[in-house]
Design a protein around this ligand. Structure first.
Ligand code: FE2
Ligand code: FE2
Length: 305
């Protein structure tokens, strides 16, 4: 996590925990995409397979390779200092292992299945496994966040943080669209494509399914904003606390004002963007059958002449 290496923050524990929470925001986004693609796997096996395989590779190469080992190091140090969360932390670390094995199996099974298999019973069974996987991963993440916000990391010393943040590895590639395009082109296209929310480039989805996906998107969006709000509050509090004298207090107030303003802007633009996408997605979902009927009738007319 280069945030803890290159910029040398004054509080490595705070930067480390913030990066873990930020990873969860990226993970939620990719899980939502997996959810979407799993629902269309049997209808459009090749289109959905390309994105799903990319998504599971991304999870293996970043979340299982770096995010979970970071959490395992954190959990091990917390357990050594405080045994209150012993069982929960042990269970979470065990879920990292089983989760990685299932991610590998899903990526392999998707890669090696024929198009016909994916469109049939085998594909339907695979969709059920993917749904189970998503359910477990979301529960796992919720349990971790309970641990994160229980302030369990407060029991850790500077020495612990030094050991936890050593050789930390790269940042989440999802924050850099160029890296995503180079390494996971199908996933990046789908995440980056503004029309992907509109249902124009996808097989028909029912409006209830569209609504379910959009509600998931909204949950992720507000989850992300909530993390940022908590981090901003903590950062502002630290800034005010560390101010020595009127000059540094005015300087801290200026920085706080600018950061709050930036965050307020995000609170307005992100939900608005969701509302535009959702409204358009639902309208297209409802209109699409009529549009297709109209196209079919036009085609018949020309074909009959
Ligand atoms: Fe985890
Ligand atoms: Fe996690």
């Amino acid at each position: 996590m280069s945030t803890t290496q290159s910029s040398k923050p004054s509080n490595p524990g705070h930067a480390f925990m913030r990066a873990l929470r930020q990873d969860h925001v990226g993970l939620s986004r990719v899980m939502r995409e997996i959810d979407t693609q799993a629902h269309r796997l049997t209808e459009d096996p090749e289109g959905a397979r390309a994105i799903l395989v990319d998504a599971f590779r991304y999870l293996l190469r970043y979340h299982h390779a770096y995010h979970h080992p970071r959490e395992d190091r954190l959990f091990a140090h917390i357990r050594a200092r405080d045994d209150e969360l012993e069982q929960t932390l042990q269970k979470l670390s065990h879920e990292h292992e089983s989760g990685e094995q299932e991610t590998e199996r899903l990526a392999d099974d998707l890669t090696h299945a024929s198009s016909e298999d994916l469109a049939g019973e085998y594909g339907a069974a695979l969709v059920n496994r993917i749904n189970d996987y998503l359910r477990h991963t979301r529960t796992h993440m919720r349990h971790e966040e309970t641990v994160f916000y229980s302030r369990a990391e407060r029991v850790l010393t500077d020495e612990d943080w030094l050991a936890i943040t050593a050789d930390d590895g790269p940042d989440d590639p999802i924050t850099d669209i160029r890296t995503m395009r180079a390494s996971y082109p199908a996933l990046a296209r789908s995440l980056d494509d503004p029309t992907s929310h509109l249902g124009l480039n996808r097989p028909e989805r029912s409006s209830s399914n569209e609504l379910r996906l959009q509600v998931l998107a909204l949950t992720d969006l507000y989850g992300g904003l909530m993390y940022e709000a908590i981090d901003l509050t903590r950062t502002n509090f630290r800034r005010l606390k560390s101010a020595r004298g009127p000059v540094s207090l005015v300087r801290a107030a200026g920085t706080i004002y600018a950061d709050n303003l930036r965050f307020a802007g995000q609170c307005v633009t992100r939900p608005s963007r969701w509302a535009v996408n959702t409204g358009a997605g639902l309208i297209v979902g409802w209109l699409k059958p009529y549009m297709n009927d109209q196209q079919d009738r036009t085609g018949e007319q020309f074909g009959g002449e």
